[in-house]
Design a protein around this ligand. Structure first.
Ligand SMILES: *Cc1c(COP(=O)(O)O)cnc(C)c1O
Length: 368
């Protein structure tokens, strides 16, 4: 048996008719950039997130960049985030001319440790970009408390947490703005690049809607220097179709995660979930000190697996100029050495999941 880490073809097959019909409809409409299909997706996505507004964007990286820019992040500012994330989070901060400052994680849940934020705040700190990694919420109450006391803006990187909640509140609506990626492999994924922001701040939504389209106020008038970070109508239509299924897909992800939990307990470290988090399981991430050996073994058995993420951002060559060294973020570095993501998607069958578990037990079980 061969089991991929993600199976985008299976995802398409499950809704092929609806998708094919939707694509044909867009091609026939000859409205490809912005327009009513983008507006409809924005309305529905905002409603699903429980936010006043959503603005469709070209990708998740632009979502974080335009969010930071519109919240006033600029040259000379410091922005506190984590090094245990996809590099886009920090790139978006750097693209504003600001400096990312990396806080360590709570190693049990792989997200920003609020206590470590406090230690890194300086007179230049402008914002916090928290990342709900793998889908697990950051502990938002203490983060919002620190931000309130220090006058910082909170931006949520929600690229991995569509449908996730903190104490019953949808992620993306707790800070000033939430930034989503709809990259194909994400929980809600387009068939190409796509992204969005959500916010309850109407003026902020308007500012980002303007920036994404050359800062225009009319066809030939621009109020500010913007960019082209628009969402295609085709992707917006596909996302609207998929949005109607996403709650069912998340329920299936959670059921599969619970099945892994039961089957893998005692073999590896299974993901911990705080009682205040509703976890949509973008990734099912186990921990073992024998990670590299297990990864090689699973690949030899035909099981796709991944490491999210093997090189923390503070140790990336791109960020060498910041001057961090190994040992600066011990929990982040240890996670990078021990984490392994297993196949988890709504279409994963019981037989496939049993095969993954058996392959792990072969190496790490009592008989292994
Ligand atoms: C995927 C991802 C992004 C970037 O999204 P793109 O749509 O690929 O630009 C940003 N942050 C995190 C945490 C991600 O996982």
């Amino acid at each position: 048996m061969r089991i991929p880490l993600v199976d985008l073809v299976a995802g398409y097959e499950g809704i092929r008719e609806e998708i094919d019909q939707a694509i044909a409809e867009v091609l026939g409409s000859a409205s490809f950039v912005m327009g009513p299909l983008v507006a409809e997706f924005e309305r529905r996505f905002a409603g699903w997130c429980g936010a006043a507004r959503a603005v469709g964007l070209a990708n998740g990286t632009e979502a974080v960049r335009l969010a930071a820019l519109s919240c006033g992040v600029g040259p000379g500012d410091e922005v506190i985030t984590v090094a245990d994330t996809f590099i886009a989070t920090a790139e978006a901060i750097s693209a504003c001319g600001a400096t990312p400052v990396f806080a360590d994680i709570d190693p049990a849940i792989h997200v920003m440790d609020p206590a470590d934020i406090e230690r890194r705040v300086t007179a230049r700190t402008r914002a916090i970009v928290c990342v709900h990694l793998y889908g697990h919420a950051c502990d938002m109450d203490p983060i919002m408390e620190i931000a309130g006391r220090r006058g910082l803006v909170v931006i949520e990187d929600c690229a991995q947490c569509h449908g996730g909640k903190y104490k019953g509140r949808p992620l993306g609506t707790i800070g000033r703005i939430g930034c989503f990626s709809m990259f194909p492999a994400k929980i809600l994924g387009a068939f190409g690049d796509a992204g969005a922001i959500v916010t309850n701040d109407e003026a902020l939504a308007d500012a980002i809607a303007r920036l994404r389209d050359h800062g225009r106020t009319s066809k030939h008038e621009s109020a500010v220097i913007g960019c082209n970070a628009r969402l295609d109508a085709l992707q917006a239509k596909i996302l609207t179709v998929k949005l109607a299924h996403v709650d069912a897909w998340i329920a299936e992800r959670r059921r599969l995660a619970a099945a892994y939990d039961t089957a893998l307990r005692g073999l590896v470290g299974t993901p911990q979930v705080r009682d205040w988090a509703f976890h949509p399981f973008y990734l099912y991430v186990i921990r073992t000190p024998r990670r590299d050996e297990l990864k090689r073994h699973l690949e030899a058995e035909g099981v796709g697996c991944g490491v999210h993420y093997p090189v923390p951002l503070h140790l990336q060559e791109a960020y060498a100029f910041l001057g961090y060294k190994r040992g600066d973020l011990p929990h982040t570095e240890r996670a990078a050495d021990e984490v392994l993501s297993l196949p988890l998607y709504p279409e994963l069958t019981a037989a496939q999941q049993a095969f993954v578990v058996a392959a792990i037990a072969k190496l790490l079980g009592p008989a292994g």
